[in-house]
Design a protein around this ligand. Structure first.
Ligand code: RB5
Length: 151
């Protein structure tokens, strides 16, 4: 599985920890930055990571900022993205099983790195359940399609 990582300065430290963790597990990791703790704008990196998923350069994406909020909002603006901000393993599993989330967002200033890695592992290894959830996810994507047509 190919995983793209993106973060701002607030998420940099955790992005590096997640990157090392995934590479040790032999995942193919694409890192779109940021690459240090200099102040940057999280929408730039949320967008870049999300577009890598949409272009199918990566199967899934993980984005990190201070809270996880800004970068998840940015990623969710890219058509086709379902980015779930998770603070525990239950949310991570459910975001895959019920929402077929193709991106995960984490807040480096909200959770510790141990929990973050457990969330990442659960999220990566959990499959979408499909069935009744398929119809609901399709309805989400339909909202996106109809909004775009109105513009
Ligand atoms: C940057 O200071 C901070 O605003 C950002 O990392 C994030 O928390 C935004 O949602």
């Amino acid at each position: 599985m190919k995983i793209v990582l993106g973060c701002d300065h607030g998420g940099y430290e955790l992005k590096e920890i997640i990157k090392e963790h995934l590479m040790k597990k032999d995942y193919y990791v694409i890192d779109v930055g940021t690459y240090n703790i200099e102040s940057v704008d999280y929408p730039d990196f949320g967008k870049e990571a999300a577009e890598a998923v949409i272009r199918k350069e990566a199967d899934r994406g993980i984005v990190i900022c201070g809270t996880g909020i800004g970068i998840s909002i940015a990623a969710n603006k890219v058509k086709g993205i379902r980015c779930a901000l998770c603070t525990d393993e239950y949310m991570a599993k459910m975001s895959r099983m019920h929402n077929n989330a193709n991106m995960l967002a984490l807040g480096n200033r909200v959770i510790g790195s141990g929990l973050a890695l457990n969330i990442v592992d659960s999220w990566i290894s959990t499959e979408f359940e499909g069935g009744r959830h398929e119809n609901r996810v399709n309805k989400i994507m339909e909202i996106e399609r109809s909004r775009k047509e109105e513009e």
